[in-house]
Ligand binder design. Structure first.
Ligand SMILES: [Zn+2]
Length: 499
């Protein structure tokens, strides 16, 4: 059998795995958006069955044999070879998990998730403590099983951001910390802007069409997607031709829905920008969570929180909320979108202090994985760090150490990708500005097509053909450089606060 024939068989195998995975994703989407309450129990087993089938397919001997042959082939094209290498790596990794270990981990996670839910409801960390400790142990076992150099955290980070290590993140976050502290001091020395529409109510039905119009302006393809409501906004996809987003609406703050629509829209444009002919293959999949987040944040922050964006879209706000927006200007919305106030809750944080929330989680994750802090001492450590970095007193575990779902899923190493997303976003947007002449005036005119096409061409279309670092160097000429993000924040906050 020729290598090209084997490649076709491999491709077909991966497409079938994708069929099963994406079918599970449809059920998941339905669970979040449509499913009646009683459907939960049976839906749980349907999802588990599909996940089981996908896992069996992805560790099958047949696939293994094809990959062993193809990974050494010298007559494949460059893209084909990269696909095979990526798949082989993934296959080898999957093989390291025994069935018994997967089951044990799944049970530990389910139990911890329920404990976290109860603990959060009662705002009592003690109810979660033992299960979290079990999770830490099983995650350390997983790190051993996967193998790592220097720090067990590296094995876990790699699952979300391939290539990221403690040695890479430590100096990066150290720089971010110093610069964010300095910039926050500058902000604190100034008056908060007065926002005239604050405190007013914004009818939910009137908000909805604004979100849809903004998605259209971003060139989100409604023939390859749709938007619905859900309690936690998310993006999901079943291939690149059906990419769905959800949003939530807050009557007290229209910018909540608007920023979430643009954020999820940015994630969705990445998925819609992957090439349909690469369905199921690594070249048809996103690079890393950090790069995915760079796409959502580029749209949400660099575009959607810019003055030019609001100069364009303020009339839309006036159209749907003529009374509420009386006496307001585009500048007011721009100020409101960029107000910096240290706060307790990560998902409500502003663009600057957000990174303190991540920094704190990063420090804690490293410490619990090396057992240099006891799980029982986490709430105290959490509260101490919030006071130190954000100057806020944490009133309860629910608003503190229990606020995020991630640890209850055993997702240690996930949080840093949020910050990486913002830093990559600033760098990519900066590059787009250099290459698309008049980008800012295009945003002011509501013409977002050139930016979307630039992202399609430079980032989306490649899928996993490049690593996060390779792509960053290819597009911007250098590796991740936090100075670009800091420069962008300094300029923008300077415009808002007048320094
Ligand atoms: Zn996101």
């Amino acid at each position: 059998m020729s290598n090209q024939t084997k490649y076709e068989l491999y491709k077909n195998h991966l497409e079938r795995i994708a069929d099963v995975r994406y079918s599970g994703a449809v059920l998941n989407w339905d669970q979040e958006v449509n499913m009646p309450k009683k459907g939960a129990a049976q839906r749980g087993r349907q999802l588990a069955t599909l996940a089981g089938i996908a896992h069996e397919l992805s560790v099958s001997e047949e696939l293994g044999a094809l990959l062993e042959d193809l990974v050494n082939a010298n007559d494949l094209g460059a893209v084909q070879l990269k696909n095979v290498q990526e798949s082989y790596q993934d296959y080898t990794k999957q093989k390291k998990y025994s069935k018994a270990f997967v089951e044990k981990m799944s049970m530990t996670i389910t139990k911890a998730f329920h404990a976290w839910n109860a603990a959060k409801k009662e705002s009592n960390f003690a109810l979660f403590q033992q299960d979290l400790s079990d999770l830490v142990d099983i995650k350390l076992e997983e790190a051993e099983l996967l193998g790592y150099e220097n720090h067990p955290y590296n094995a876990l980070l790699d699952q979300y951001e391939p290539g990221a290590t403690v040695a890479f993140l430590d100096p990066l976050f150290e720089g971010v910390k110093t610069n964010c502290v300095r910039l926050l001091e500058k902000v604190n020395s100034k008056q908060q802007p007065v926002i005239p529409f604050k405190g007013k109510k914004f009818d939910k039905d009137a908000q909805w069409p604004i979100g849809i119009k903004l998605l259209e302006q971003m060139q989100y393809d409604f023939e390859a997607g749709r938007q619905d409501l859900s309690s936690h906004p998310f993006t999901t996809n079943f291939g690149s031709l059906d990419v769905r987003v959800t949003t939530r609406i807050n009557e007290d703050d229209p910018l909540d829905m608007i920023s979430s629509c643009i954020h999820e829209g940015g994630h969705a444009l990445y998925e819609q920008g992957l090439l349909p002919e690469n369905y199921g293959l690594p070249s048809g999949e996103y690079i890393s969570l950090g790069v995915h987040e760079s796409q959502s944040r580029l749209w949400e922050n660099n575009v959607g929180r810019s003055l030019e964006f609001w100069q364009c879209n303020f009339p839309l706000m006036q159209q749907y909320f003529p009374k509420e927006m009386e006496g307001c200007t585009a500048q007011d919305v721009f100020h409101s979108a960029n107000e910096v106030t240290p706060s307790l809750i990560r998902i409500q944080a502003d663009e600057l202090t957000y990174h303190f929330h991540i920094l704190i989680r990063y420090e804690i994750e490293k410490a619990i994985l090396t057992k240099s802090v006891k799980v029982a001492d986490l709430p105290a450590l959490w509260n101490e760090l919030y006071l130190k970095y954000l100057g806020v007193k944490v009133p309860s575990d629910a608003q503190g150490v229990l606020q995020d779902i991630h640890w209850s899923h055993g997702s240690f190493g996930y949080f840093p990708t949020y910050s990486l997303g913002s830093f990559y976003a600033a760098q990519y947007f900066n590059q787009a500005e250099k290459e698309i002449s008049g980008l800012k005036s295009m945003i002011k005119a509501g013409n977002l097509l050139p930016l979307k096409q630039w992202l399609n061409q430079n980032i989306h279309q490649y899928g996993k053909q490049y690593s996060a670092d390779e792509l960053c160097r290819k597009v911007t000429g250098e590796s991740l450089n936090v100075a670009v993000f800091m420069q962008y924040m300094e300029e923008k906050l300077g415009r808002v606060y007048g320094f």
